[in-house]
Design a protein around this ligand. Structure first.
Ligand code: NDP
Length: 435
């Protein structure tokens, strides 16, 4: 903490990993050598830069840009860009740290990174977003590259932003290479990348349920968020016969007790992706639903909860409410959405709980598949990508079970994911010496 003052999210993420990994190191002393864990908790490189841009009224704004290059032991840095007013060094370091273990879990050769800006795309015109992205990439291009660091999207960075960023990189560098993932289909994007994180989260939940002879079909599901991850988690739940009861944004949540079926979800996608509107507008078309301003959905009775919005959005009290209401499975779609108190409670009650670094790894895994396709200058069919995604999620589940199952048969997916992710990075760092 002394080394990283004012970085609570980063310290929270490192503490969680250390708690899982230290007992493992005691049993496997070779991983205690050469200050491995300490080295992992120090970014290889942090770049911070000024991002000036002009709005539609010609007024000048100044934002701050970041790229955290956390760990390149097993491959080029890889991890998303977040544009949100809450972005700061602590949040991006926590995300980059998590990303290192997550990428390792995917079994693909990708190191860990993360970046972004405190820019708020909400309420900005397309042209304002474009000018911001161009200014951001003018600096970022110095530190990224197809074999060095390949960013992707995250909160506030979707297809529109990736397009503008890619265009500026190409213009400055005069090269068409796979320096970003999440690209549009017409210029090197992969099928299934938009769906991958949400779908992957549901595939992982399916695997967890299977260990207790349960399935998604017929289950009620509470989802937070209404962005990329939440939308496709909802889509897959609906396809598998589950009933989605809620979705949310930073204004509050909607509760539709009849279930948000496919047509209703299509309307949410229209509101959020095309109109760039607010989730409460759902009620204009479906007045039977209710809107709960400034509230989170965890008080709604459900079998499964999928937090898919942001970090620390589900606390200890809310965890207790969920379990008291009969919730049997919580799958993190977002990064670190559950507080340490919430996780402790889920583990104590032995419900099925998956940490984001395992259950939301489908997004970056499919980004890895996009990189492979770019290198091949070829593109796979949707089924091919979806099958690979599905089998990667199965493998991650398997790895968690291998490292996280206690003597009594209970699988602690937090422990399993952290140790499985750690081992591969640690082996590579040991082999590469003290660098
Ligand atoms: P989007 O920007 O598409 O959506 C984010 C959603 O979360 C929106 O509904 C947003 O509401 C809501 N939200 C954001 N911040 C807050 C907040 N402080 N309080 C309440 N609600 C909030 O992002 P993604 O869906 O891509 O990302 C969601 C989460 O998933 C993040 O934690 C991200 O790191 C993680 N993730 C994403 C991956 C991806 O492939 N996209 C991969 C792996 C993890 P509003 O519209 O009001 O801002």
């Amino acid at each position: 903490e002394k080394r990283n003052p004012n970085e609570p999210e980063f310290i929270q993420a490192v503490t969680e990993v250390a708690e899982a990994v230290l007992p493992f190191i005691e049993d496997n002393p070779k991983y205690g050598a050469d200050k491995l864990l300490e080295r992992m908790a120090e970014p290889e490189r942090v770049t911070m830069f000024r991002v000036p841009w002009t709005d539609d009224n010609n007024e000048v704004h100044v934002n701050r840009g970041y790229r955290i290059q956390m760990n390149s032991a097993i491959g080029p840095y890889k991890g998303g860009l977040r544009f949100h007013p809450t972005v700061n060094l602590s949040i991006l370091k926590f995300l980059a740290f998590e990303q290192t273990f997550k990428n390792s879990l995917t079994t693909l050769p990708m190191g860990g990174g993360k970046g972004g800006s405190d820019f708020d795309p909400k309420g900005k015109s397309d042209r304002e977003v474009m000018r911001f992205c161009q200014s951001f990439m003018t600096e970022l291009q110095r530190v990224i590259g197809a074999d060095t660091d390949v960013p992707a999207g995250d909160i506030g960075v979707g297809g529109r932003e990736i397009g503008y960023l890619f265009g500026q990189y190409k213009k400055i560098r005069n090269e068409f290479t796979g320096i970003l993932t999440g690209k549009g289909r017409s210029y090197g994007g992969s099928l299934i990348r938009p769906e991958a994180t949400g779908y992957g989260n549901v595939y992982f939940a399916e695997n967890m349920l299977k260990t207790r002879n349960e399935k998604i079909e017929g289950k009620t599901v509470v989802i937070s968020g209404s962005g990329n991850v939440a939308q496709y988690a909802a889509e897959k739940i609906i396809q598998l016969g589950g009933k989605v009861l809620t979705m949310s944004d930073s204004d509050g949540f909607i509760y539709d007790k009849e279930g948000i079926h496919a047509d209703k979800l299509a309307h949410i996608m229209y509101i959020k992706n095309e109109k760039r509107g607010r989730i409460k507008e759902y009620l204009e078309k479906y007045p039977e639903a209710t809107f709960h301003a400034d509230e989170r959905p965890w008080g709604i009775k459900c079998d499964i909860a999928l937090p898919c919005a942001t970090q620390n959005e589900l606390n200890g009290d809310e965890a207790k409410t969920l379990v008291d209401n009969g919730c049997m499975c919580v799958g993190e779609g977002a990064n670190m959405p559950c507080t340490p108190e919430a996780i402790e409670y889920f583990l104590e009650k032995k419900i099925l709980f998956s940490p984001g670094k395992a259950s939301n790894a489908g997004g970056v895994a499919t980004s890895g598949l996009e990189m492979s396709q770019n290198s091949l200058r070829y593109s796979w069919t949707a089924d091919e990508v979806d099958n690979r995604l599905h089998s990667i999620m199965n493998d991650i589940h398997e790895a968690c079970v291998q490292y996280g199952t206690d003597k009594d048969g209970f699988t602690d997916y937090v422990k399993g994911a952290n140790i499985a992710g750690f081992v591969k990075v640690a082996d590579a760092m040991l082999a590469q010496g003290i660098v």
